[in-house]
Design a protein. Structure first.
Length: 226
């Protein structure tokens, strides 16, 4: 487990990942992100170069996105601003959504030079009892949590009844330090899929500051079947 400027360095470590059966292979339902607030978020779709041509050169994509972010901000990037933002985006892509993972990555980036807060999402086929599925996806009964997770209903206008959890877990290399872990999950009947959205971070102040934006993102997500 590594850290990068407050970002947990592995989306699948420390209770941060989705269950193993959520592999990407051959599944085509995706998240519809049309209604997101793009003033706050950068979206990196699943890195499948056969589907998303832009991913064939992730470095070039990140440089273009970095230039656009600085232009949209109206701020002067100076000599190194664009390169720094591009490096940040590429490191996030490599860390949180490697090729073939199926992860969708949302980076909260209020300023182009900020260290972003990463949220990851997966959409996968689903069956089974709703409550059991949602508790499993949100790790509502995580034995590694330092205290019982805070579990709350989280209805979505597009995904239906859902569940959210917040918990603290020890960092493996530093047991006295904690990660803050936030998760959302929904089970959709048609198409029969589950959606999980999560973040794991050591910068809990950043997570608390982003709470309103994170909830707005969670409520804006929809399912799209190409």
């Amino acid at each position: 487990m590594t850290t990068y400027g407050g970002l947990s360095g592995s989306a699948g470590s420390c209770g941060g990942g989705a269950p193993a059966e959520y592999g990407h292979h051959g599944f085509h339902a995706v998240l519809d992100t049309e209604h997101l607030d793009w003033d706050r978020w950068v979206h990196l779709p699943p890195r499948d170069p056969d589907t998303y041509e832009d991913w064939r050169d992730i470095g070039a994509w990140c440089r273009r996105e970095a230039r656009d972010l600085w232009e949209d901000s109206g701020l002067d990037p100076g000599r190194a601003g664009v390169a720094f933002t591009a490096m940040t985006l590429e490191r996030c892509a490599d860390t949180f959504c490697p090729v073939g993972s199926g992860n969708e990555l949302f980076l909260r980036l209020a300023h182009p030079a900020d260290i972003p807060l990463p949220l990851l999402a997966l959409v996968r086929p689903s069956s089974g009892a709703r409550e059991e599925t949602l508790r499993s996806l949100t790790l509502a009964d995580d034995p590694e949590a330092v205290e019982p997770p805070v579990v709350s209903p989280f209805p979505s206008p597009h995904l239906g009844a859902g569940l959210s959890t917040f918990r603290y877990i020890p960092q493996p290399d530093h047991p006295t330090r904690l990660f803050g872990c936030l998760r959302y999950a929904w089970q959709v009947e048609e198409p029969p899929v589950s959606v999980v959205l999560w973040t794991v971070t050591e910068d809990t102040a950043q997570l608390l500051d982003a709470a309103e934006d994170v909830e707005e993102l969670a409520r804006a997500l929809r399912i799209f079947v190409p």
